[in-house]
Design a protein around this ligand. Sequence first.
Ligand code: ADP
Ligand code: ADP
Length: 234
Amino acid sequence: GATISIRQLRKTYVMGRVRVHALAGVDMDIPAGSFTVVMGPSGSGKSTLLYLLGGLERPTSGQILVDGKDLSAMDENALALYRRSTVGFVFQQFNLVPSMTALENVAFPMRFSGIRTGERLKRAKDLLTQVGLATHVKHRPTEMSGGQQQRVAIARALVHNPRLILADEPTGNLDSVTGYSIMQLLSELHQQGRTVMVVTHDPRMLRFATHTIYLLDGRVVSRDDFEKASALPE
Ligand code: ADP
Ligand code: ADP
């Protein structure tokens, strides 16, 4: 798995005259092979943290070290390589291509990798088998349940065998039983040695966590302070 160190991380969005401090100076150290759950109310900066860690957005200031390499110092090419080689992203909305079968969706990110078509399809089939969808390779997203679609999305995230899995509310669109099976699948990826970070509102995810991060207003807070704030009326 990947090791993460974050130092004084800030992300400020500027909209006209309004500045939003989505992350207002965040520090954390996440060891390789950990399963981190990020908790926090809506707007506390959880997605921003994942997007910065995934190299999908750039920080306003501060450092994000993944295996000792600073993402904020990378040029666009290096960052693109980092996203491809190191990170697997899982979203709440699955983000599958509707016109493609499960197999095509998983094989798709390998299209420019220089891997032969036959090998790509074989690897995609293996990954779908690994997530329990061997019998659904020819199904399109509309022909699958939400949980099955999320499994396809997880298989796709594994295509380049990433050391870091980032999941943004992966169970947010699923019923609670299906959601739990997706949590278990993420836990298996962790047990295989990957570093996993999950943003979630579901406290059941905590039983899989080796580390928990509580965010409030773009800052990391203690569990005590988080619970005090959660008990206050909105
Ligand atoms: P660590 O950084 O803890 O040594 P790695 O990031 O090298 O772990 O590997 C994470 C997981 O991915 C492990 O379960 C490892 O077996 C697996 N893995 C790493 N590289 C490959 C590969 N090229 N093909 C298949 N599995 C791999
Ligand atoms: P969470 O995931 O915890 O709900 P986010 O990271 O999505 O929080 O957002 C943190 C804050 O940053 C919120 O106030 C949100 O409105 C703001 N924000 C997030 N993305 C953008 C953006 N692209 N442009 C402007 N403001 C944004």
